[in-house]
Write a protein that binds this ligand. Structure first.
Ligand code: ATP
Length: 456
């Protein structure tokens, strides 16, 4: 278990208090495992997604972007195996009406019967569980006004299949040859049975998936490459290395088509859990869709005359799980001169707001100068202006959302056009000339960074 101040309850409560992430449909009492992202949550999540795109298409030339439809032809899911096999075993309790995953009834998962005494489902005197039956996780809906055979479609349970369906089209216009990848970010939907741990497991969630198509003989080499590249990416976001690990799947955990799969795991307050899966999927998907559609999904190398179905390495990550890992890794509590402070020690590049501009008082021309400073900075980075409340309270507000720098305008600023820059982590306050401020802060934003929680 983690050794720092963070617990899931504290994260949930901070997120709610600051409008980062909160339960959806709250005025109707909420809806299972579904959350909305408020202003700071949107900014944080956008930073995660931007960092992923940067790693996939900004830093490399061999990957192209795609945005495929959420509702695809229903035969997609027949071919992919989701219709037949994307299931969880489900049991109902006839006494309390609760539904549980049959494979999560052990002490390790610690799912509890809602009635007293608090025991594992099936172990209470009144528990009366049904036999397990397989429950498909795909959400079904219909196209058109009438529910008739053939109109049933599914909300995608993963973004990956859209990439396979478009393989031939993309190959045609992308002017790429294996090894090359197709990357996509978008919502996926799963009718998950298990009650989630905040945004760790939700019914709808965003995925960041990339299918990397390679010559069959090179697949293992590229699998190893992506394991390392994805671990490095999480560390670049500022997540502490000792809270990240790679876990290779045991033989009996592997899908029948996968020769190797590893999970990137993060040490959440609920223990080590999957952040991202990286799989060597072989040629399973392209072969399946070729068989079901009748289209040839292969690569023909004009120079060598070689024809083959590429193998695929898939790093598949969740935006919500990465966001939650960032929040957990950054959360800290410290003591500032006898006053407790909650602070998110986020990597500055991940912080929703980079700089807050705060006039010390709401008079004497300070707000006007503060607006001028804010306007100077806003094109370079996400800024916020705040003049409400004591300066201490305003610092605390910014600490709670992880703003790395607060720029304070005081009476001296009006005399010599300098401001103070307060650092969220070191708490130092430096005087900086307004003219140089944008470059000074941009320099800090680009500087190498390691979590101050590591030194603690
Ligand atoms: P789990 O075993 O936790 O259910 P999975 O192995 O089914 O996850 P994948 O199908 O590999 O997950 O999906 C890739 C990534 O998508 C996961 O690593 C996770 O980050 C994210 N993800 C999957 N299901 C959910 C969910 N219900 N809520 C939030 N994120 C999810």
């Amino acid at each position: 278990m983690p050794d720092d101040a963070v617990t899931m309850d504290k994260i949930v409560s901070l997120c709610k208090r600051r409008g980062i992430i909160f339960p959806a449909s709250e005025i109707y009492g909420g809806i299972a495992n579904t959350y909305d992202y408020g202003h700071y949550g949107v900014l944080l999540k956008r930073n995660v997604v931007d960092a992923w795109w940067q790693a996939m298409i900004g830093d490399r030339d061999d990957i192209v972007a795609l945005d495929s439809a959420i509702i695809q032809h229903p035969r997609t899911w027949e071919a992919s195996g989701h219709l037949a096999g994307f299931t969880d075993p489900l049991v109902d309790c006839r006494t309390c009406g609760q539904r549980f995953r049959a494979d999560h009834l052990d002490a390790e998962h610690d799912v509890r019967c809602p009635r007293k005494p608090s025991v594992l489902p099936g172990q209470g005197p009144d528990c009366n569980l049904t036999e397990a039956r397989e429950f498909n996780l795909m959400f079904e809906t219909t196209i058109g006004p009438v529910q008739e055979a053939g109109s049933t479609v599914y909300l995608r349970p993963e973004t990956a299949q859209g990439i396979f369906l478009d393989f031939k089209t993309v190959l045609g216009f992308a002017r790429r040859k294996p090894p090359f990848g197709i990357a996509q970010v978008g919502k996926s939907f799963r009718n998950e049975i298990t009650p989630g741990n905040f945004i760790f497991r939700t019914l709808e969630f965003e995925q960041m998936e990339m299918e990397y198509f390679v010559p069959p003989d090179d697949a293992h080499r590229w699998y190893l490459h992506w394991l390392q590249a994805r671990m490095d990416w999480y560390e670049r976001l500022g997540i502490r290395a000792d809270h990240l690990r790679l876990r290779a799947h045991e033989q009996d955990e592997l899908s029948h088509y996968s020769s190797a799969t590893s999970d990137v795991e993060y040490l959440y307050p609920i223990g080590w859990q999957e952040l991202e899966g990286i799989a060597n999927r072989g040629n399973f998907d392209l072969t399946q869709h070729a068989e079901h559609s009748g289209e040839k999904l292969e690569y023909f190398d004009q120079q060598s005359g070689e024809r083959y179905v590429p193998h695929v390495i898939e790093p598949a990550a969740g935006v919500g799980r990465a966001t939650l890992a960032l929040l957990c890794d950054a959360y800290d509590e410290d003591d500032l001169g006898g006053e407790a402070r909650t602070v998110l020690k986020l990597h500055p590049q991940m912080a929703p707001v980079k700089v807050a501009v705060l006039p010390l008082v709401r008079k004497d021309g300070q707000p006007e100068l503060a607006h001028e400073v804010r306007n100077l900075l806003r094109r370079r980075m996400q800024t916020e202006y705040d003049e409400g409340g004591s300066i201490g309270r305003r610092y605390r507000r910014q600490d709670e959302i992880g703003t790395p720098w607060c720029v304070t305008i005081d009476h001296q600023s009006l005399e010599d056009r300098t401001v103070t820059v307060r650092d969220r982590d070191t708490l130092t306050q430096d005087r900086v000339a307004i003219d140089t401020l944008p470059d000074v802060l941009a320099g800090k934003l680009e500087a190498p960074w390691t979590s101050p929680k590591l030194a603690a």
